[in-house]
Design a protein around this ligand. Structure first.
Ligand SMILES: NC(=O)c1ccc[n+]([C@@H]2O[C@H](COP(=O)([O-])OP(=O)(O)OC[C@H]3O[C@@H](n4cnc5c(N)ncnc54)[C@H](OP(=O)(O)O)[C@@H]3O)[C@@H](O)[C@H]2O)c1
Length: 256
């Protein structure tokens, strides 16, 4: 698939009530796409639909951890828009692990919201994408997927699982003409990172992230990673042998 502008295409964005998802939904609407915006916060979605015009942004409230509700959301998209061209599965949470109080509940929550929700989303939306001439499926991972980082035992594992899932889909859906991309951002200023208590080098604004992501969608890039001044050095760091990598990363953790 060559470069395809988003103008006029029907695009589903999950996690669209705040942060990167909201900024991407707004950028898509600005470039002329028809956006289906999902998240749990119905009020935030309705406000965005009102601001952009109901013909531009269609609010579809959804808890992405609910498989049945996700299948119903796909039916609603079929009824309202008669199909779908692009799905950007972006909803996610971030919880850090304290190994001194190792708690499996953090892993269950993280895998449910970040990873399994994507599996439900793909199951629900694939029939619609198969009927589109220019279908694209995009999943939100993170640069943390490149290699393990301190306190990221749950979040990093969920993002690595997403990256793996979408890389496999890239191969398996190619023969059906469905283009698949994975998004690996560095730090982006959103409510999610506002809670972080550590330095976030090269953190970019959500609007800049949205531009990079929508450019990548239009270009059909298999991996959309940014800002390059962070993601490329991190890719190189991830190639280091285990002992050297662990020694460098141990400096990122505050001493107890
Ligand atoms: N910010 C970064 O630096 C960064 C870097 C790499 C990757 N990411 C990834 O980017 C994605 C968006 O993160 P963000 O930084 O924009 O965070 P955010 O502002 O907290 O946004 C998270 C979005 O996910 C939605 N969400 C969470 N749980 C949900 C659920 N059960 N059902 C439906 N929607 C749900 C939230 O909406 P409701 O609460 O209204 O449901 C919200 O719209 C996440 O997958 C995150 O891991 C972020």
């Amino acid at each position: 698939m060559g470069s395809v502008p988003v103008k006029g295409r029907r695009i589903w964005v999950t996690g669209a009530s705040t942060g990167i998802g909201r900024a991407v939904a707004l950028e898509l609407a600005r470039r002329g796409a028809v956006v289906v915006a999902s998240a749990r916060n119905e009020r935030a979605l309705n406000e965005m639909a009102e601001a952009c015009g109901a013909d531009r942004v269609f609010a579809l409230p959804l808890d992405v951890t609910d498989r049945r509700a996700t299948l119903q959301a796909a039916d609603e998209i079929r009824r309202k828009l008669k199909g779908l061209d692009v799905a950007f599965l972006n909803a996610g949470i971030c919880e850090y692990v304290d190994v001194s109080k190792f708690d499996s509940a953090v892993f269950e929550r993280t895998m449910q919201v970040n990873f399994l929700s994507m599996v439900y989303g793909i199951e629900a939306i694939l029939p619609l994408l198969r009927a589109s001439d220019n279908a694209q499926l995009i999943g939100m991972s993170s640069t943390v997927a490149y290699r393990g980082l301190p306190r990221a035992e749950a979040y990093g594992a969920s993002k690595a699982a997403i990256k793996h899932l979408f890389e496999s889909l890239q191969i398996d859906l190619k023969r059906e003409g469905i283009s698949v991309s994975v998004v690996c951002p560095g730090f982006v200023r959103t409510p999610l990172t506002d809670r972080n208590d550590f330095p976030m080098p090269f953190r970019v604004e959500a609007e800049e992230a949205a531009e990079r992501i929508v450019d990548g969608i239009e270009a059909g890039s298999p991996e959309i990673h940014f800002p390059k001044r962070f993601s490329i050095p991190f890719k190189l760091l991830a190639l280091l042998p285990n002992r050297l990598y662990a020694a460098i990363c141990s400096h990122m953790v505050k001493p107890r």
